[in-house]
Write a protein that binds this ligand. Structure first.
Ligand SMILES: Cc1cc2nc3c(=O)[nH]c(=O)nc-3n(C[C@H](O)[C@H](O)[C@H](O)COP(=O)(O)OP(=O)(O)OC[C@H]3O[C@@H](n4cnc5c(N)ncnc54)[C@H](O)[C@@H]3O)c2cc1C
Length: 168
């Protein structure tokens, strides 16, 4: 995440909570001042890139493209909400790491947990339960705690107990 001094002052808090405590905008400012790992500050975009370990020419070009888009109407991603340019030193970068906890897409099944094709016909002998069904199936657009493990256990038991007919 790359921004400038004007954005730091004008934007809502850029990070709102730490692992063990609330994290304020003042904490963010202090993190840059004290050289906290993953927080980088520099007087130019090029030196910011070097400090953050990213390609300097690439970041300079990316910021220039953003600023051109910001002066216009939208960027190459279709983004229109760009209130400020990245133009006022010092410049800041925060290293972000993304992760994926569960998978929302999955296999479609019928009422017997038998996997079905796009046309709705069942595939003989193929059943699915657990995360393979996709978390969106049971959670919609939310993430209720326990709604991954519990259905995995419940549907697995249902398959073994009621649906599949294993030979002794
Ligand atoms: C960090 C983390 C925290 C989570 N916290 C929660 C929580 O608090 N509450 C909650 O409800 N859910 C939570 N989840 C999600 C939940 O753990 C999973 O959705 C759930 O365990 C999925 O169960 P599953 O049996 O479908 O799949 P898995 O537990 O992934 O089991 C699949 C098994 O198949 C095995 N396997 C894969 N390929 C093969 C193969 N070719 N041959 C044989 N075996 C194979 C794998 O080794 C694995 O043991 C969390 C997930 C993560 C990653």
């Amino acid at each position: 995440m790359v921004f400038d001094d004007a954005i730091l002052r004008a934007a809502p808090p850029l990070a709102t909570s730490g692992i063990n405590a609330l994290w304020s905008q003042e904490d963010t400012v202090n993190a840059f001042a004290t050289g906290t790992p993953m927080y980088f500050k520099a007087d130019s975009i090029g030196t910011l890139a070097e400090a953050a370990g990213v390609d300097a020419a690439g970041l300079v070009a990316t910021v220039a493209a953003y600023n051109r888009a910001q002066a216009g109407s939208e960027d190459s991603l279709g983004r229109q909400y760009m209130p400020l340019p990245i133009a006022q030193a010092p410049y800041y970068a925060i290293q972000l790491q993304s992760w994926n906890l569960t998978t929302y897409g999955g296999l479609a099944v019928d009422g017997n947990l038998q996997v079905i094709r796009a046309n709705g016909t069942a595939i003989a002998g193929l059943y699915a339960a657990g995360e393979l069904l996709g978390m969106g199936r049971l959670m919609g657009r939310s993430i209720p705690g326990g709604m991954s493990v519990t259905p995995a256990l419940a549907f697995g038991r249902q398959l073994g107990h009621d649906i599949l007919r294993f030979k002794a």
